[in-house]
Design a protein around this ligand. Structure first.
Ligand code: R5P
Length: 301
């Protein structure tokens, strides 16, 4: 299996390659003065199983474009299979029409990926379990939750914690992790968003967090506002401390500052997205999902 990496998450790609006892295969990504890119696969891939690792993190359009062209280059070079590892699948929140006149952006992305030659998709913790239905090729929906579950077991006395979903959409995820931890109790923040601006309109709490350490589990942190507000609600409702576990550290705008200066004690994320240096902060801890991705790739052969 030959593993190639785009520019968005080389660290993760190298870790996956190492676990699979190989190295990243060379690819030339040349940037023209107008920022167009020319991509050239620098190794023979005829008849080979090939993997491309590229997260659709910020800037998503640029990272996707690089991935599309890499897949095209692999197809034109005769690769037998092209497995795309897109640890964070950008545009997944636009997976259906919310208001008249909107596009289904994820369907556009899926169409291009398949058109250029992706034969399988490997990705982590989708926002909605229906996302694989958008693709016609096999989708391996992997998760950071087992890693988080193990860590929560190590980090806390389970009798002192309550799991929290920061919105109604995350209850499935919370039930899964609660079961993994022996059916420990959970609560849910109820939140309403303005569909046009994405701003949170109002929030409340269902469930009891009094005297407990609240452990919020979610798929992604974008602006950080959901987590920061959730932490305030939990403390206001008698929670004694708040910890956050979230798969995708999107960290848009000043999310890292908001989180660092919030009531949250620690923010645990995975490396589906490579957090740039300027977004690192003391309360942040990163766990790797490389092993999970490597295992899934190996068993797909
Ligand atoms: C929403 O439903 C997701 O699960 C996340 O809670 C949301 O995308 C986080 O967004 P933000 O960090 O901007 O509040």
């Amino acid at each position: 299996m030959k593993i190639f990496s785009g520019n968005s998450n080389k660290k993760l790609a190298s870790k996956i390659a190492k676990i699979l006892h190989t190295q990243l295969s060379p690819v030339e990504i040349f940037v023209f003065p107008d920022l167009e890119k020319r991509i050239r696969i620098q190794e023979k891939v005829l008849g080979e199983d090939c993997v491309v690792v590229q997260s659709a993190s910020t800037p998503p359009d640029e990272n996707y474009m690089e991935l599309f062209i890499m897949i095209d280059a692999l197809k034109r070079s005769g690769a037998k299979t092209i497995k795309a590892v897109i640890p964070y699948l950008g545009y997944q929140r636009q997976d259906h029409i919310f208001r008249d006149g909107e596009a289904v952006s994820l369907e556009v992305i899926a169409g291009i990926l398949e058109r250029v030659g992706m034969t399988e998709l490997f990705s982590f913790d989708f926002h909605s379990p229906k996302i694989p239905d958008i693709f016609s090729v096999p989708v391996h929906h992997l998760s950071a939750l087992p890693k988080f579950g193990e860590k929560i077991k190590k980090d806390f006395d389970l009798s002192r914690i309550v799991l929290v979903s920061p919105d109604m959409g995350g209850i499935r995820r919370i039930k899964e992790i609660s079961e993994f931890l022996g059916n420990i109790p959970y609560a849910t923040i109820t939140k309403n968003r303005n569909l046009a601006s994405g701003e949170i309109n109002d929030s409340g709490l269902e469930g009891d967090v009094r005297g407990k350490i609240a452990v919020i589990v979610d798929d992604m942190i974008s602006t950080g506002k959901t987590m920061v507000e959730a932490a305030e609600i939990l403390i206001a409702n008698g929670g004694i401390k708040v910890f956050v576990y979230s798969t995708h550290p999107v960290f848009a705008r000043d999310a890292s500052k908001l989180l660092q200066h919030s009531k949250i004690e620690r923010v645990v994320v995975s490396d589906t997205i490579d957090v740039p240096r300027y977004n690192l902060f003391p309360k942040l801890e990163i766990v790797s999902i490389a092993e999970t991705a490597a295992k899934a790739l190996k068993s797909s052969l």
